[in-house]
Design a binder for this molecule. Sequence first.
Ligand SMILES: Cc1ncc(COP(=O)(O)OP(=O)(O)O)c(N)n1
Ligand SMILES: Cc1nc(C(=O)O)sc1CCOP(=O)(O)O
Ligand SMILES: [Mg+2]
Length: 412
Amino acid sequence: MEIIAISHPEFIPHEAHRINALFREGMLRLHLRKPDGNVADLNRLLGEIDPEFYPKIALHTHHELAAQFGINRLHFPENLRKGTPEFMLEKLKNAGFKLSTSVHDISELNALSTAFEYTFFGPVFNSISKKGYQRVIHDDFYLKNEQKNVKVIAIGGIAHSNIEKIKEMNFDGAAMLGAIWHSSNFQFLNIAGGLGPRQLKSDLKKIEKLQFISSQSAEMSHLESIRLALEAGCRWIQLRVKNQEEAQILEIATAAKSLCDSYTAKLIINDFPNIARSVNAHGLHLGLNDMPISEARKIVGHNMIIGGTANTFEDILLRVNEGADYIGLGPFRFTGTKQNLSPILGLGGYDELMQRLVKTNIEIPIIAIGGILPDDIPGLLATGLHGVAMSSALIQSKEPKETVQKLDEILC
Ligand SMILES: Cc1ncc(COP(=O)(O)OP(=O)(O)O)c(N)n1
Ligand SMILES: Cc1nc(C(=O)O)sc1CCOP(=O)(O)O
Ligand SMILES: [Mg+2]
């Protein structure tokens, strides 16, 4: 059963990053349908969508943009189909385009050109998004195979609650609009959940709420700091080595990986995508001055977690658009652990940024970082963030095990 998403008919705030996020969560196809949208606005929106998703996008209007963006899916709304000669459709198909169309009268289904890969048919239920758009079939409808010339995708009023019904009616798939964009959340995730990629994501890409950042001092090496954190109970370790040759960092990372493996903890490598890949780390963390996340993705692949640093709302949007799996947002207060700190956020800064995320429906785990002490955590969690990353407070704790136990209780 194919699930196809249809864009909101108007241009909506932060649309590109919502679309990027939906694709990353497992959306397999998006029909970009902006009936009144002009070519400049559509061009701008496409420019903001991650190019890796262009093969999954079908254009309803302004087909002339397909060549510019390397898009090979074209949709022919009913009127456009009726005005396009068969030989043109065949020519497009033979040139490698995948064509789709829309039908509202059931008798037209088996007369459709086989140049089309599939057609939308509906509304099968009363539409959620178009008021007064009433269904054209009854509850006991069954689509016979001999009625179809091409695959038939049900459209109109599709939601989580009726998707099973669509299967029973023998449709080949379902297209959703209102259930995605009229929800206050990324409803698609709930509906598409369990279809594959999202399941994979939830298992492999779980972000721990307590993250330890390694550090080196006259008293303690990176590996010793990692052992201290592991023995205390931390299960998410970020190796953050500064001012050393890459070959030496690789050596430390290799030892850190076997140490983490022996405690079944996750190792995240700071700054170095190639080292993260070489040691088969669980994740990679990149700052705003490091390699862009989209480039690092090409090195480490899609299954490795990539976290990105942010200090402002604009940084967060950038990280979401780049495909970050979590965001390290900081600094909370001054810390000597990192040089050249960004402006300090304080509790007020987290509160304001978290509220903006809720208002714009952006969902991504946010990890607070920078000079955090155990007593800061309840206040930080109350802003809605996911967890915290700490270095000095754990290393300097007189009783690291008790401290981690206390932190786990607060964070769980
Ligand atoms: C969880 C987490 N958040 C932020 C950072 C900072 O990364 P970056 O901005 O690249 O700075 P350096 O750590 O490289 O100095 C982090 N490491 N982890
Ligand atoms: C690595 C790092 N990044 C920060 C940022 O604000 O981006 S603050 C920071 C240091 C975290 O260590 P501690 O808990 O000792 O302050
Ligand atoms: Mg960095």
